[in-house]
Design a binder for this molecule. Structure first.
Ligand code: ATP
Ligand code: MG
Length: 654
């Protein structure tokens, strides 16, 4: 089904200035894309040269998608070190260039500009500290830090000595932390005394103390001083980073790692179930992160690039740290939140540091859009060139606001579709190569062959104007290699439903022009009287109404239709729920999409259940709509449990 909005979708061709500057224009994209599919070994063999190898690879790809024996290897006989690629190789040409701009939570505190030389020194010291604590190649280190430069030092230090890091977002509870420490049998947890965020402080070290009660006694804790707040100290277990850094040597030789040695473990967001411990390896991941960072954002030497994600998510791994630093970029790290001290913070930071590329999530844009345009308009955003979004489908309404109000209509928006599992972008328009359509991820990146499958038969649906399950035909270097400690779960999750393909779990449509639209999770597809529809389009229709700030749509059992449409609607600050508005929204969706999409139930929702990375958890909303509160499933990554209680309490039609 195609919505009215999509049929008449506005198409925004790239402007001449963007095309002239871009690394990749339309012609080059077509040629490169064809080459990448036709002879992927030759293509990726060449791209592998983006990074420095200690021992060059002689083979490029060695992959099997056969269920029962899935194995993914890239550049397998090459050796390298990721931290040397992100640091040492830049020292000669850019030792004095800023590698990281750090913007603290409180705008009155000074920002830091950390040069490549300084970053190299700091990383080496951290690496020496970890070694002195007994960490060796292949050991696991859990990083539980705020968005401070030490988080980057810690990641790079692990990479330097060949330890495998597993970052746990600082907003997670002691239980979630303990589960992740035990899950990978970590030797060390790196944390800080406190994490300031939005003017409040989280007692990180206390959380770590609570978590460490449920782990092996041998786990050590390295503590970074951020605020100087009081912490309990367990001697023999706790190590003082700041004190040790004064003594630690300024150089640590990078370990020679195999391309397929694990670089990190990272858990997925937990939107659809229990989080999966995704394993990424060294060589292919870095090639893919570096290449996508440069081309998707059209990053050029000297630009200032800002990704607002947290390093606790894959976006922070690939697009705050590894991709940008491998490219010798200046990357901004922000400790705070978009609305502190007020709703103009993002834009003030852009103005202050003259940000050229800005990358954020739809959830932040929707929240800021609701606050009005004046917060944006009072800032000078003339340095912005590329805008990006990631994490969820972006509603056309939010896209238009981003384009008009933030980008002033000048900046291409890259709507990047990808996953923790994919290591980097799989689909996105490229700034100088593709037109944009609000809400569409448009085109596959180089080497990516998306296929649309019939959900029941698993047969490929060819041609345009089609919809189904999104799978990827072949491998790419940034692909995850396994689930930590559970290769069977890896094969079962991604390679068993549709044999011979990587199954993404997302649904998609290829429109009449051959452009791709993510329609939501396959689990979230609803079937109303035999019509299949993604939740994303009904949600976008609702959000397009002036009274609606956010919406989530799920199916529920319906006697006549099979499934009915249950909508949770959050209104704009200045609007009140009423029966009239309810009727108006029903008519609105019917007009926007068609009678088949007419909402059966609308529940007013002051808030929606979200993961800590800001994604709507529809599986919980489905349970509420189904009147099945007993088994809400894994809620460990839920940001605010009280939201769920409220929705149950006020369930519509109860
Ligand atoms: P889990 O796998 O544990 O359920 P998750 O899928 O939310 O959690 P992530 O890896 O953080 O974990 O998110 C990837 C998913 O986010 C994608 O599969 C897709 O559904 C959604 N997504 C990411 N970017 C986009 C985008 N640009 N457009 C639409 N959807 C997106
Ligand atoms: Mg997922």
């Amino acid at each position: 089904m195609t919505t009215a909005a999509q049929q008449g979708a506005n198409v925004y061709p790239p402007n001449a200035e963007t095309v002239a500057r871009a690394h990749v224009d339309a012609d080059k994209y077509t040629k490169m894309y064809e080459a990448s599919i036709k002879d992927s070994d030759a293509f990726w063999g060449e791209q592998g040269k983006r990074i420095d190898w200690i021992k060059p690879y002689s083979q490029v790809k060695d992959v099997s998608y056969n269920f029962g024996s899935v194995g993914i290897n890239w550049y397998a006989d090459g050796t390298l070190n990721v931290s040397a690629n992100c640091l040492d190789r830049h020292l000669k040409a850019r030792g004095d260039q800023t590698a990281i701009i750090w913007e603290p939570d409180d705008p009155n505190d000074a920002a830091q500009h950390i040069t490549y030389a300084e970053l190299h020194r700091r990383t080496c010291r951290m690496a020496n500290i970890l070694e002195s604590m007994g960490v060796r190649k292949g050991d696991r280190v859990v990083i539980y830090l705020p968005m401070i430069p030490e988080a980057a030092y810690a990641m790079l230090a692990c990479a330097r000595i060949g330890a495998i890091h597993s970052i746990v977002f600082a907003g997670f509870s002691p239980d979630a932390l303990a589960a992740r420490v035990n899950g990978c049998d970590a030797k060390v947890v790196i944390t800080a005394d406190e994490a300031p965020r939005g003017g409040r402080k989280t007692a990180l070290k206390s959380n770590a103390d609570a978590a460490l009660l449920h782990t092996k006694d041998s786990v050590k804790c390295l503590v970074v001083k951020r605020t100087g707040g009081q912490t309990t100290w367990v001697s023999g277990r706790d190590y003082d980073y700041n004190e040790m850094a004064l003594e630690a040597g300024d150089y640590c030789a990078p370990a020679e790692m195999n391309a397929e040695d694990p670089l990190f473990i990272l858990y997925t967001s937990g939107s659809t179930g229990q989080p999966k411990g995704v394993v990424h390896t060294t060589g292919g991941y870095l090639v893919y992160a570096a290449m996508t960072h440069e081309i998707t954002f059209d990053y050029h030497d000297g630009d200032v690039y800002w990704c607002t994600a947290d390093v606790g998510w894959v976006t922070g791994h690939s697009y705050i740290v590894y991709g940008p630093l491998a490219n010798g970029a200046t990357t901004l790290m922000f400790e705070g939140v978009p609305t502190y001290p007020d709703a103009s913070r993002f834009w003030q930071v852009c103005e202050k540091h003259k940000v050229n590329q800005f990358y954020t999530a739809p959830t932040a844009l929707r929240a800021l859009m609701g606050q009005g345009n004046e917060w944006v308009e009072k800032c000078d955003l003339s340095d912005l060139r590329t805008l990006g979004t990631v994490g969820e489908p972006i509603n056309p309404e939010a896209w238009n606001w981003y384009n008009d109000v933030v980008g002033g209509g000048r900046c291409p928006i890259v709507d990047t579709w990808w996953q923790t599992e994919t290591g980097g972008h799989l689909m996105t328009p490229l700034p100088g190569a593709h037109a944009m359509k609000p809400g569409s991820a448009m085109k596959p990146f180089f080497g990516i062959e998306p296929v649309v499958l019939d959900p029941q038969s698993g047969v490929e649906i060819n041609g345009n104007g089609v919809e189904g399950v999104l799978c990827i035909k072949d491998s790419w270097p940034g692909q995850m290699r396994t689930v930590w400690g559970d290769h069977e779960r890896f094969e079962k999750t991604y390679f068993s439903d549709y044999k011979g393909y990587y199954f993404t779990g997302d649904g998609c449509r290829r429109d009449e022009d051959g452009d791709y639209w993510i329609t939501g999770r396959v689990d979230d597809v609803i079937n109303v009287s035999g019509h299949r529809m993604g939740t994303a389009e009904v949600e976008s229709a609702l959000v397009a109404h002036a009274a609606v700030a956010e919406a989530a749509v799920v199916g529920y059992p319906h006697e006549i239709k099979g499934q009915g449409i249950y909508c949770y609607v959050t209104l704009m600050n200045d609007r009140e729920p009423s029966d009239d508005l309810l009727k108006e929204l029903r008519v609105w969706v019917r007009t926007e999409i068609g009678p088949i999409a007419s909402p059966d139930v609308i529940q007013w929702a002051p808030g929606l259940p979200k993961t800590r990375s800001g994604k709507i958890m529809r599986r919980i909303l489905r349970k509420i709509a189904e009147n099945d509160f007993g088994s809400l499933g894994d809620t460990s990554t839920l940001a605010d449990p009280s939201v769920v209680e409220d929705l149950i309490e006020n369930r519509a039609g109860k």
